[in-house]
Every structure is written in structure tokens, then in C-alpha cells.
Design a protein around this ligand. Sequence first.
Ligand SMILES: [Zn+2]
Length: 275
Amino acid sequence: MAKVLISVDMEGVSGVVHGDHTGRDGKDYDMARRLMTLEANAAVEGAFQGGAQEVVINDSHGTQRNLLPELLDQRATVITGSPKPQTMMAGLDDTFDAVLCVGYHAMAGSEGILDHTISGRVVQEILVNGSPQGELGLNAGIAAHHGVPIVMVSGDTTCCEQARGLIPNIECAVVKEPLTRYAAKNLSPLSAQELVRGKARLGVERLLEIEPAKFSSPFTLTLKFVNSAMADVAQWVPGVSRENATTVSFTSDNFLVAFQCFRVVILAAGTTLAH
Ligand SMILES: [Zn+2]
């Protein structure tokens, strides 16, 4: 009896390529949130086809109030709103068997659609034990903390390549190919949903074959900011070390503690943007 969390972001949904899609005030936001909801539903359907008995959806983009509740598959429950503990992995604990990541995007500094890590205005790069990781890698660390594997991801070619680098036998649904940061060759929404459904089913069927991500303890998270003012503020958080003008680090033997520390560090650093 498999229990599955589906974390749904927006930048990796087929048809989404611009801030006009992903921002609440964007002209095409209503269309994009509908496409996001339909891809989430495809993953729910696939998860049940693969043997899930319980599915929880977590809205993981921006305000985390994007999915249209009235369109969602009635078999799933949905976590909506922010802030919330574990952010994109909210709701996850060791009673779950698998995580599916839908609509994910490439890490900051790579050639993918709308690439960023948590906050494009604040974060230039995050490393886990010296290796660059995006949101997928950080979330894989949280899932591993609970002993749960991420078994499927959907997004663009770059995001899926990064996922395979982290979790070699993960199921990937490539729904678009980037041409530039703001342009892609997309599958039609119906074809993207069909692909997501199939890969979600395979991921849940194969969940025992896919290991949780292997980061070894102690976990050192390193964050390179966009400018030095952000590091000036971040170093005031107890336990955070200043590495150089724009970089801080934090080490813990508990991945979740390190992640939550960085979440607060990013929020604090972001306040300098108002100066
Ligand atoms: Zn997002």
C-alpha cells in the first residue's frame, strides 16, 4: 500500500516559459495555473495506476496557492499556501513510500527554462557537500532524511538531465526542450499529461528499485549570493559561517536542520533588496 507525495512546481510545466505565466500578476497566469493543475492530475492518475493507495499533492510554486482546487482529482488531498515547514516537501514524513516532482526546473546558472534555485533575486548557487544542487537536489535531501526516494520528475531537458545525475534510475518526463531561458519547444498539453501519467505510474511501480538520494552526513550547505550585502546579513544567523564576500555555509548532521537554516537565511538576505 503505497503512500505518495506529489510536489508540483510551475516553471517545468509544458507551455510555461515566462514570468507572464508564473507570476500571479502575469497576463497568462490563469492559463498556466490551469496547465499546472492538469499536469498534477495526470501524475495523480499515474500514481494510482502504479499502485498508490493515498496521494497528497503539495503546491510548491511561489505563493503555493496556484493549483485550482475545483479541477483537482478528488482522490487526492492538497496542501495549499505558504509559509510551511519543508516548503516544497511539505507534508512528507517517513510514512510515505515515494515522491513525484512535477513541473520542476533546472538549477540556478544552468541552461534551462526560468532556471533558478529558490529565489532568483537572492541565490546564485547552492552546494550540498561541495556539489551544486537545485531545488530537486535539496528536496531529494529532505526526502532522504525521511528515508523516501524521489522516483519521478517532469520538466525540461536540462532539469531531467540534472535529475538523472542525482538519481540515476529516476523516471523522467521531458515535456519541453529549451531554446533559450525564455523559449522552448513544448509537447502539446495533452501529450505532456499523457507522458507525466505514464512516468508517474512507472515511478510508483518501481519505487523499491529507486534509492533515496545519497548525501553523506555531516551535511554542509554552501550558498553563493547575488551580492555581498546578502552575506553581510546571513552571517548573523547563529551557526552560519562567512566563506568570502558573497558566500556563506552551514553544517549539520541533520539535513532538515541545514535546509531550514538556509530557508531563513534566504528570507533574511532577501530583505536587503529593499535597501
Ligand atoms: Zn516555481
